[in-house]
Each structure stands twice: as C-alpha cells, then as structure tokens.
Design a protein around this ligand. Structure first.
Ligand code: FAD
Length: 404
C-alpha cells in the first residue's frame, strides 16, 4: 500500500509519515481545501493535499471576500495579507442599465457596521497566500483522488482509504474539498440529487481599467445583470449573468455579451471593447437546492462547493468554504478520534450554509427578474431600502453576513 500520510514511501509523494491519529488528507486544493489544510496544519495535523490539476491556478479570475470570509482568514493567518492586496469595494452601488443609481453603498458604513469591507482580489493571490501557510511538500498536484472507504470515525483500526493514480493512501481524517462536481459527495451520499441548474448562466472577464473612471457597481436589467469591480493592480474584474436555458454556448462569447450588454451605461461598453474574444469565461450556475443530511460520513468531512454549492448571487460560495475550513479545524484535535469533532462540524455548518444557499437563490431570482412590472417594483423597493438604510442593501445584495 502506498502512503501519503502513512507509512511507506511512494514514488510521487512529497511527504510521508505523520504519527497515527494525526494524518489528514485533503482532496482538492481550491479555496476551501487549502483553508482547511492550513487550519489543520496549525492544529498539529500532518496534512497532505491532493490536487488533480497540474497546477494550482484557479479558474475564475477574481473573488470578492466579505467581512465574514476575511475574519475566517484571520484564523489561518492570511486575513491582513488579503486586506493589503485587495481593492476595497464597499463604495459603489446598484444601478439600472441606463446608469441611474438605485442604491449607493459606502465603505465607511460597511466598515462601521461590520468592522471590515468587501474586498476584491485575484483568485490566484488568495490561493498563493493559503498555499504559503503549508510546508512545501504538503501539496501534490496531478494527484486525482477518490475515497474508497470513509473508514469508521471511532475505530482506530478502520482508517479512511483514498485511491490515487499511484496507489492507495490511508488517513485518520479526509477532507473532501473537491468542488461542485464532487465525486466524494456522490460516493458518500448516493441518494442525493446533487447540484441542479439555477436558471442562469454567467460570464467573467478581466480587462485593463478604462481611461474614464467609474465606481464599482452591479447593474440590474431585465433577466440580466452586469458587475464591474476594479482590482488594486489596474485591472477590472467584470461579470455578467442572464436567465437563459441550460447548456447554451455562443461561438463568440464576447459578441454574445456585446449583443446583450453593449448599450448599457459606462463602463460596460468600454470593458467589452477591451476584452479579448477568447478571454471570456462562461459557466452555467448550479446549486444544491436540497441540503445534504450531514457534512460528514465515517472519517470524511465535505466542505465548500462539494457540500453546499450555491449561486454566486451573494458572492458567498468562497467565503463559506473558508468558514468551513476554519470551523472544521477548530473542531478537530489531532490524536483523538474524529467522530465527535466531525459531528460538531456538521451541526455547526449545516444550518448556516443551508441558510446562505437559500438566501443566495432568492437574491439570484430577484436580481434576474424579467417581467417589466416586477422589475420596476424591484428597483423601487431597492431605492426605498437604500434610503431607509444602506446597511439593508449591503446585507441583502452584497452578501455581507455576520460571523463570530
Ligand atoms: P473549488 O474552488 O471548485 O476547488 C475544488 C478543487 O478540487 C479544484 O482545484 C479541483 O481541481 C479539485 N478536485 C476536484 N476533484 C478532485 C479529485 N478527484 N482529486 C483531486 N482534486 C480534485 N465566491 C465568493 O466567495 N466570492 C465571489 O466573488 C464569488 N464569485 C463567483 C462568481 C461565479 C461566476 C461563480 C460561478 C462562483 C463564484 N463564487 C464566489 C463561488 C466560489 O467560486 C466557490 O464557492 C469556491 O471556489 C468553492 O471553493 P471550493 O474549494 O469548495 O471548490
């Protein structure tokens, strides 16, 4: 038997050993997996991360992190680095396609209310910061992994077993952070329907900032939205969404964006003009409408999109994955049977993440409303809410949530 966290050396592994009771395997080196790995390593676990891709370059350009995600990152020692490298997004607001402001938000108010702000940074930067919290040999790439046996949490003779391309590994704890298409979720919860189409598709681009300045904004039309957010390095992250049937694909996605958004207010046309035709990412959005019954089985914990894929409508998927990783590490002391800690992790995270999934679905439906009358009513509601208290807007549509 090959060993990544266990006993005998393997030809492709960068690490081995770790005392029995302290060997953790993390499947997936995305945001959630690396956060969990950093948290577990801090607690004294011997961690090996298995990533199927050849590099850790993440898909998806940029990511916005809300105060809850930043506070969770503080626990693994990268919160301040993220704040330093990020662009602040709290000052901006919601607009209509003709440029009218429906609601304004302010950095000061967000800071006062939540202690932090919304920040935006390159996904690759976040991955690098988390990766740097781990020993050099802790992450193995080109290492697709599959849970063969989740093991028995309270029986030391039954560790979890994980198969890789080069053999089988055993571990005292497995963290399945293998994303929305999680094979581990299917293996452990075969009766669960998994993620389903949420009714809209998304596009993302990264382009140089246009000459004419603009404030960060999200703009809501009829069945379509656009967001433009500057990064600290002079680039702009822009995203769009439209309610369309599943599985659509345009030969030229930039032309498709121009057709849908080309006559929206500045900076939308300027950003589209700067986009490379092959530089547009398009993804249909799927989410898990039905929560899993638990986030663990045997010695395996599920986290992030593998456990609770949500629509990006609140920008909370990554933030919740980060919270998962930190809470999991909090509950799991090395050298003790992981059963009670895993149960506490599920009990902590299931209600919170299920509520965020449901809120994100509602926000998505509202932002992508199509009937003209309903859109007018929505826009009026948002404008009124903004006058009553910008905090309401931040809470409802910027994904800001309290977290201890
Ligand atoms: P992933 O990031 O998907 O990582 C999973 C990793 O597991 C990958 O590296 C994959 O290669 C690896 N893997 C899979 N299978 C295996 C295997 N068998 N063996 C080994 N490795 C494997 N969230 C935010 O917080 N803020 C935002 O602004 C935001 N914007 C978004 C915009 C869009 C358009 C979309 C679609 C999502 C957005 N999200 C946002 C959500 C966020 O991207 C995800 O919730 C987050 O990336 C989930 O992290 P994860 O670690 O669970 O999964």
């Amino acid at each position: 038997m090959e060993n990544g966290t266990g006993t005998t050396p393997a030809r492709d592994q960068g690490t081995s050993g770790g005392e029995p009771g302290r060997r953790a395997l993390v499947i997936g080196a995305g945001i959630g997996g690396l956060t969990a790995a950093a948290g577990l390593a801090d607690r004294g676990w011997h961690v090996t991360v298995l990533e199927r891709s050849a590099t850790l370059e993440p898909v998806g350009a940029a990511i916005s992190l809300a105060p809850n995600g930043q506070r969770a990152l503080d626990r693994v020692g990268v919160g301040d680095a993220v704040r330093d490298l990020a662009a602040w997004q709290g000052t901006g607001g919601l607009r209509a396609p003709d440029g009218r402001w429906l609601a304004r938000t302010s950095s000061e108010e967000a800071g006062e209310r939540y202690g932090d702000n919304l920040v935006l940074l390159h996904r690759a930067t976040l991955i690098d910061l988390l990766r740097a919290r781990l020993p050099e040999d802790a992450v193995r790439v080109d290492a697709a992994a599959e849970v063969v046996d989740p093991g028995a949490a309270d029986d030391p003779r039954r560790p979890a077993r994980v198969r890789t391309g080069t053999g089988e590994l055993t571990a005292d704890l497995v963290v399945a952070a293998d994303g929305i298409g999680s094979a581990t979720r299917r293996r452990l919860f075969p009766g669960h329907p998994g993620p389903q189409y949420a009714g809209f598709t998304t596009w993302r681009i990264m382009v140089p900032a246009p000459a004419e300045p603009f404030a960060p904004h999200e703009t809501w039309g009829r069945g379509a939205l656009w967001g433009s957010q500057p990064l600290h390095d002079g680039t702009v992250y822009a995203y769009a969404a439209a309610a369309v049937p599943e599985g659509g694909h345009a030969e030229d996605e930039r032309a498709e964006l121009l057709r849908r958004f080309g006559d929206w207010h500045h900076p939308v046309p300027a950003l589209l003009a700067a986009a490379a035709p092959d530089g547009v990412l398009r993804h249909d959005v799927r989410h898990m409408r039905q929560p899993l019954p638990a986030y663990h089985r045997g010695r395996v914990a599920l986290l992030g999109d593998a456990a609770h894929a949500m629509t990006p409508s609140l920008g909370q998927g990554g933030n919740q994955a980060i919270e998962d990783g930190v809470v999991l590490a909090h509950h799991l002391a090395p050298g003790t049977p992981p059963g009670p800690g895993l149960a506490a992790y599920s009990a902590d995270r299931l209600p919170r993440t299920s509520a965020v999934v449901a809120r994100a679905a509602k926000a998505g439906a509202l932002t992508l409303l199509r009937p003209a009358l309903a859109v007018r009513a929505r826009d009026a509601l948002v404008a009124t809410a903004s006058r009553l208290g910008p905090d309401l807007v931040l809470r409802s549509f910027a994904g800001i949530t309290d977290w201890r």
